[in-house]
Design a protein. Structure first.
Lengths: 383, 383, 383, 383
């Protein structure tokens, strides 16, 4: 019988941010059911969080270990199908590894892990188990990002020559981590965030977006990594020169001290024949700048778009689809692919369009390399 | 025990548009569960539609009458709590009336009914039964619409002098109803749509938005109602002069032959001290134009906003919230109010912020009056 | 020998606004030389104003009568070729009539005159004398307005169905005319402005722009004319329904109490195949909205534009041309046509692209009719 | 007696681009009169060009040497006051040097010279002679650039932390210099342009804008300089990391292969308290992004602006002032300062707000250093 895919969540208890996002994204299309969770390492808090979500208390676990163990013991028609990991960076590896080792598919927030060693271990495990693994680089879920990717792939703008990708935020312009701000606290703490701050938190999104959209890989980089707010231990700003594998050049910058910016991820790709521009804060427009003819505004749901873009669209043109819908596209594709997999079928190509553990490994390498370059006097570092 | 509110749906089977929107909007916050539906008047199609949604076949009914009757017979812990009506205009009244008469709360798509008589009957029934009734004038669900409403209410822009509200679309620029376009077919058919075309479909949204945001009521109007595409029976364009109860003047226009427009609902309100501007296609910005000082861009999630706006916001600034989130705010508030009501408590004021049957009656009057004015040689018609 | 055209100015002394605009617009292209002026009815002030402009005192006259008389007596190689009239509305007719009667060509600010009788007299005089007469409806001087006009003329958007033209300003939101504000004072004074306030000052610009761009004529109108600021004698706001001679419908609104608006003249024209949008405050873009394909942004200087648009462009794409350049296009075309006329040649068609006395007569009729309609209980008034 | 300042021009004959810009900019305010020119090194062409401009043939010279020599011999009341140099880069030094040595003030297009040696020579000459020297880094002439400069100077945004300045153009995306395109030809030719292409042509504008607006100086840079179009000899693209003298970091990029871009100079400056954003293609807006309160749009002519911004504004708010007006501000200030100087007075501070020979020397150093860095394997190069 037709059924929803069953999700167990690690993290995302009361007071968390990204956990709620994952739940809304997963719920949106009516294809996924949250059935259990280890919402907090504090069992009482986990139960209370689960109650908010109308879960039965017996499926609100005190730890991910408990959750995975117990769920595995449940009958097949009841136990969760996959684990969604929404904890801070230092608690990605543990639950991901254990889930994979126990036969559960995984959705994991980015960056993939705390360091490269963990990342490579997860990559091997995914390959070995054949389980599905989605990494929530959610910005690639927007229809117009997919349209841009396809236009580049199909040669509409000619060979890519220059990429400018930027991710300015302003919320860490002052030392908010010294206040009660929970989101700031772990992101600026090397013990929970890893070797990078802004570069790990949002720089990896920029890197992933640039590689996803262009289909190119970064080959070399030269990074200027900064701590602008006194007393902070991890980077809150960075500017990076890029060289891609086809010879294209680029700039990537990410900043959390760009005062007054909200979440202004933006990318421009210039090819031989046209330039493309997409901005996350107005995500339903893709600006196509042609050589010597009028600029076009491609829009979600308007006219002939590539199937990849249409597949990521839910409602008619002019009804803005936002962040949660883009995030939901990862869950939608993942759950479709999962349903097929469980049914012993090969997932459709369109449904496999979600970021994978390999993207996660590239993201971890990006973090390592920008931090290394930031400390180096040498201009270019190989990626 | 904590539980989700249980929804039964009338309409919204395969090939429908707004049914899926209602389902996504209802699912978003994890507070509502779709438990049954009469998705089509064709029982086989209803069952197939229900299967897509992972519903058990026995709760996919062949008619709304069957659904309401059978659900009523189910035990309290199982049967639906409310009915969501997502059919064309001529099938609002029947299920709404029957639901109310059988003790089910109602969410209904707009306009409220096929004509004023039906509308008034529903209004009386809601009053009589004391049941909750939400009308999905979804555009008032956007946070920045609520912020604007509160600013006006608190006197920030002084007395309102002028309102310009417009709703241009272009999708009926050609006679698409002559093709297979199901959405166009019923909207342009007087037997299913009622006496108005564009004015009923989108003019009422403009009217509702203007009254909701300003807190004013239309007192008089002068309408020029047009059929621009030959062969069409209902208006596809209209321009209306308005006078409000405080003496403010206004313009409302709605058009479905505004070639190339997507869904460009936009409102400008000018007061003695400032002007406000909000556009549905960039819904997270509210532009505040002051006399002789810099224009401000208020943004969803940025800075100090009124509680009404904050209550309608799910994610941090810069993560665009769109159409489904605004639509979901009606369901969220409705389900919160419903949960309180079922628990015998008084709903919170913030949760009662959704359009009601009274808004529906005003919308029906608007339809009647603009059509009447459109045929009149007299300048002003009392609302 | 090649020479500049010689201009004499009426009005525009110290403290004036539009006089300086005319001088800059006339000077821009190096084809016109200011040689004399009656800058003020106060001879001393006129001389001082002339000194600021580096004119010899003997050509700074105390009245337009004196200027026209004396200049006529100067030798042909020295005397002015044309008069530029930049006074308030009630002082357009006198100098225009006298200039024409004495063989001088005329550039005149809008509206053409104080009332229709004056306007018709000037129209007859222009016809009779064969002299050149330009009316500075400057907004039609923008390249992208011309591009839009040509697109419509060439059928690119199909038959026009709907026109929305608006001109909101906010500067009269309070009673600034009660202060020293010289510009507000005469515009709100029936003795100097005529029967209309906002409708004469800016409504006529909107009317002229709509007719120029579409090539259509207004056939009927229905106006709601308002005084929103207590104590004011002339309209400061108005909303007008329009019907054009091809059956297209429209809305025109003009307001000087639209708080926070600068000078937001904007027009949208919807045809069968596409919609056009142009806004004076971002004048180098023309938005072309197609049915079901991407919207295009046509830009001054980019790609293949009509000769009319190119002729109105001075610098390469991306170097914004503004208000003075558009204003200057009237002077440029006028001076080119004048040079040809003086040389006994027929001016080029492209150089005759400036507003004429006939446009002025239509503007005066617009003023008369909107004010008449504003007082009427009848819905439609013939234009 | 009051008189206009008399300008002689070097370059700018038929077919040139920037010469016409200089003439329009100089003419705009009616304070400068073009009296002579050496418009071309071809005497016939120079005379024909002068005829288009209504100059007497005897003041249309065949070379700058001739012009300077002959003009010097004219009586004081007749001869030019200053020379305006609008030739390609390799012909800046000659006329500038000779003009200064013969007592003429100078306006010169940027970059200052062909190489650093020339630049330093001119700097010494200006200092020695005490003559006025303006370099037309015209983008600093916009009112909102001046407003931003003053806001930073007055501490409104706190200490500057990050600067992002970019200047993308697309017109050299193909090898247009191989066609008849005169503008492309000299700019891509090392013999006429110097050691840099895009970096000299537009990169210096970006550098000058960043230093002017922030009041900071570049201390170190790390440049990636590229030739993207095969067969080209000079850079057509470059990405530069910056460090300023207060420790702020930055990115500068300039490109002439950014397909589809017009002239998209844009700057963002992030301070401790706010971020500023200004874009040349919408020059009348300055976006001020505050920490946690609404973004403000400052506009030319609206509200209380600094005197420096007001001084650079000609017309009321909402009447867009563009490229020529900004360019004209250099000429306006220069001519005001010149008039005072000639009268033996000290120019007003507001009138001395134009780029000088020192700015030109910094621009030449920028060119040298980015090219040097582009070839280096070392990360940072001292400026």
């Amino acid at each position: 019988m037709s059924r929803k895919m069953r999700m167990g969540m690690v993290g995302g208890g009361r007071g968390a941010f990204i956990g709620g996002v994952h739940r809304m994204a997963a719920a949106l299309d009516g294809q996924i059911e949250l059935v259990c969770g280890a919402f907090s390492s504090n069992p009482t808090k986990s139960k209370l969080s689960g109650k908010d979500l109308h879960l039965p208390p017996e499926r609100c676990y005190g730890s991910y270990e408990e959750m995975i163990k117990r769920e595995k013991e449940l009958p097949e028609g009841e136990r969760m199908d996959f684990v969604s990991i929404v904890t801070p960076n230092h608690v990605h590896f543990g639950p991901a590894k254990m889930a994979l080792e126990n036969g559960f598919h995984v959705v994991c927030d980015k960056p993939l892990a705390f360091n490269m060693k963990e990342a490579k271990t997860l990559e091997r495990l995914v390959k070995k188990t054949g389980l599905l693994f989605a990494l929530t680089h959610n910005y690639t879920g927007y229809p117009m990002v997919k349209q841009a990717k396809m236009m580049i792939k199909k040669g509409k703008i000619g060979a890519v020559r220059k990429v400018v990708v930027e991710y300015p935020q302003g919320w860490l312009s002052t030392r908010v981590e010294a206040t009660e701000q929970k989101q700031a606290a772990w992101r600026t703490d090397p013990k929970r965030s890893g070797i990078a701050g802004a570069m790990g938190d949002i720089g990896t999104h920029a890197e992933n977006l640039a590689e996803y959209m262009t289909g190119l890989h970064i080959k070399k980089l030269c990074a200027d990594i900064n701590i602008m707010v006194p007393g902070r231990q991890l980077d809150d700003d960075g500017n990076v020169l890029l060289e891609f594998d086809n010879g294209a050049k680029g700039i990537l910058f990410a900043s959390q001290i760009a005062a007054g910016e909200e979440n202004a991820l933006r990318i421009r790709v210039y090819g031989e024949k046209a330039g493309l521009e997409w901005a996350q804060m107005e995500p339903n427009s893709l600006i196509v700048k042609w050589l010597d003819k009028p600029t076009e505004i491609m829009r979600t749901g308007v006219g002939k778009l590539y199937p990849e873009a249409q597949h990521a669209t839910r409602i008619p043109a002019g009804h803005p689809e936002g962040y949660l819908e883009a995030f939901g596209n990862i869950y939608k594709n993942f759950s479709n692919a999962l349903r097929a997999t469980i049914a012993g079928k090969k997932p459709k190509a369109l449904d496999l369009d979600f970021p994978t553990v390999e993207d996660g490994v590239r993201g971890m390498r990006f973090i390592e390399k920008v931090i290394e370059s930031g400390k180096s006097k040498q201009k270019w570092i190989k990626f």
